[in-house]
Write a protein of this length. Structure first.
Length: 581
């Protein structure tokens, strides 16, 4: 590998300084290298200047390859096109798509003009999409044809049938009044929408000149991205991030993996999430590495084939992805000898899986990362030199320019090894929740982001996530808040009471279970409940297990005892908790 400009700051001796002091669970990251003030556009400029002729992006399913210089030319065309259809600085532009080439063009193009890109989960269904569009006032929506399970335009027409009788760019929609423009990622001409090719060809010389002026006026602390996080109130919250948040997080994440221009990162994780957008695309931009996308969504065979054919040196994924790849019958046929590093995140990794990842997938330098969307996202990451035991039992040590602490219910820092809620402070903390000052104040206290996760920090500064203070479960790397699913199920005419909780699952980490009390005389089957959910909420939120009960276990104060329900299901199904070590 070529020389790494950050390496002198991440030696073992410097990392040794990242330890708690005064016997308390509070740690500061390194103060070097200095934080960057670059915007995303300036980050791209530097990649082009340094590595313009090198390959930057490969989308195998779409047969698209860009060098950094070629990519920037198309980004500028897309950015000028957005200006030409009336998108201005601060406007929200939604992107609703699986992993396609246009996604990364929109990511950089919106950043070039100061628009706020709104990431919309490709698995969203009608009610979730309508909420997201209205919550942040999306002015333009760029959408793919759909996924295997969803027809996006059909869903949009369900929300806004006026599209079929409207002129493109001049939509007047009753249920989503802020949405004026829809851009479709295909060449098929349809009423009421532009094609992406029309957007790319829309700009004239005036927009190109304006693009240069607008780009130079942007500041690193401008809001540039909104990502939805599931909410305990039943609706997702819109975490708002700046250039400064994501550019610096990408820098330090890339440094932890020692990425440089010779590296090629395989990206089967979704772009709509920080994992793909920041830890892959922006991390590779800051290091000059190439990102390789095997397909629009994860498939174990195509991912392994991409690693082999493209000689990838790194790969990202949640533990279930690695389990799926290792379990493939044809696994031994793929040459993975080029691999060395990457990130595993989203859920704990069982130690036997990690051993196989290191040995069988040739990933001796695979790292573990932890964070949350609201912290851009990574706050802890393991070193490429950490032992396997460290990588499965902890999430590593704190990243540079961040400070973390573990506090009790009164907000007091607990002693080393004590359990409490993890709080994070520093450059990575989001600007706030869009349109929700109350939730922002609840979540950010004097600059500290309350993660809602229960953690411990040991004497060497390694963090272990031991639980969640917020009522959340993680299924296959996707955060699911039971309250959101419960409120949806309460819309069923036969349901009187419902409680949703997670139970252990060897494949997904956790699966979703719903206990339901029906209204008097109500009759409905388990499959009917699942069918009620399908197509209305994301597939990963649909309960796998449904049980009908006469009453729910409650405390004397009327609070549902989910731990009692969870234990009953574990006993009924003969399950055991999934351990990481």
């Amino acid at each position: 590998m070529s020389s790494n400009p950050f390496s002198s700051f991440t030696t073992s001796s410097n990392l040794a300084a990242q330890r708690p002091i005064d016997g308390l669970s509070q740690v500061k990251g390194l103060s070097m290298p200095e934080l960057s003030t670059a915007t995303i556009g300036e980050l791209l400029d530097r990649a082009v200047q340094r590595d313009g002729d090198r390959e930057a992006f490969v989308f195998l399913e779409h047969n698209v390859r860009w060098t950094w210089a070629q990519f920037q030319l198309d980004v500028n065309k897309a950015a000028a096109g957005l200006l030409s259809i009336g998108i201005q600085r601060g406007d929200r532009v939604g992107i609703w798509s699986p992993n396609r080439p246009e996604w990364v063009l929109v990511q950089f193009a919106t950043a070039q003009i100061g628009a706020v890109m709104v990431n919309i989960n490709p698995a969203y269904r009608v009610s979730e999409l309508e909420y997201a569009l209205n919550k942040v006032g999306v002015k333009a929506l760029i959408c793919a044809p759909g996924t295997k399970a969803s027809n996006y335009l059909a869903m949009l027409n369900e929300i806004a049938p006026e599209i079929e009788h409207s002129a493109a760019g001049r939509l007047v929609l009753k249920r989503v009044p802020k949405l004026e423009t829809i851009v479709h990622l295909s060449d098929e001409r349809r009423p009421g929408v532009f094609t992406f090719r029309q957007l790319m060809d829309a700009a004239g010389p005036a927009q190109s000149v304006r693009l240069s002026i607008v780009s130079k006026s942007l500041k690193c602390h401008d809001a540039i991205n909104i990502q939805f996080t599931s909410g305990t109130t039943g609706h997702p919250k819109a975490a708002t991030l700046s250039h400064h948040n994501v550019v610096n997080n990408a820098r330090f994440v890339a440094n932890a993996m020692r990425l440089d221009p010779s590296d090629r990162l395989c990206v089967p994780v979704p772009l709509y999430h920080c994992f793909g957008m920041v830890l892959a695309v922006l991390a590779c931009t800051t290091s000059g590495s190439c990102t390789v996308f095997p397909g629009e969504s994860f498939e174990p065979g195509s991912t392994l084939a991409a690693v082999s054919s493209e000689r990838c040196t790194a790969i990202h994924g949640v533990p279930t992805m690695f389990v799926a790849m290792l379990g493939l019958a044809t696994f031994s046929q793929f040459d993975l000898s080029s691999l060395r590093t990457g990130i595993m995140a989203g859920a704990p990794c069982p130690i036997e899986t990690m051993k196989r990842v290191v040995a069988d997938m040739h990933l001796p330098e695979i790292t573990i990362a932890y964070g949350m969307t609201e912290t851009s996202p990574v706050s802890f990451q393991s070193s490429i030199e950490d032992s396997i035991e460290r990588r499965v039992s902890t999430v590593g040590r704190v990243q540079p320019h961040l400070e973390v602490k573990v506090v009790d219910d009164a907000g007091r820092v607990v002693p080393i090894g004590g359990k409490g809620e993890l709080w994070t402070k520093g450059y990575s903390v989001m600007r706030g929740y869009w349109g929700d000052d109350e939730k922002t104040r609840e979540s950010i206290v004097d600059g500290w982001m309350r993660t809602g996760d229960l953690a411990t920090i040991d004497v060497d500064g390694y963090c272990n996530i031991v639980g969640r203070s917020k009522d959340m479960l993680i299924r296959g790397g996707e955060n699911v808040y039971p309250r959101e699913v419960e409120e949806f199920l309460y819309g069923h005419p036969m349901i009187s009471e419902v409680q949703v909780f997670g139970i252990p699952d060897s494949r997904y980490g956790e699966e979703i279970c719903a206990w339901i009390v029906l209204k008097p005389g109500g009759k409905v089957s388990e499959e009917a409940i699942k069918e009620y959910c399908r197509g209305q909420i994301a597939h990963y939120k649909v309960p796998r297990y449904v049980r009908f009960v006469q009453t729910l276990p409650m405390t004397v104060t009327g609070k549902a005892q989910k731990f009692v329900m969870r234990k009953a299901m574990i006993d009924e199904l003969g399950l055991s908790d999934v351990r990481t070590a």
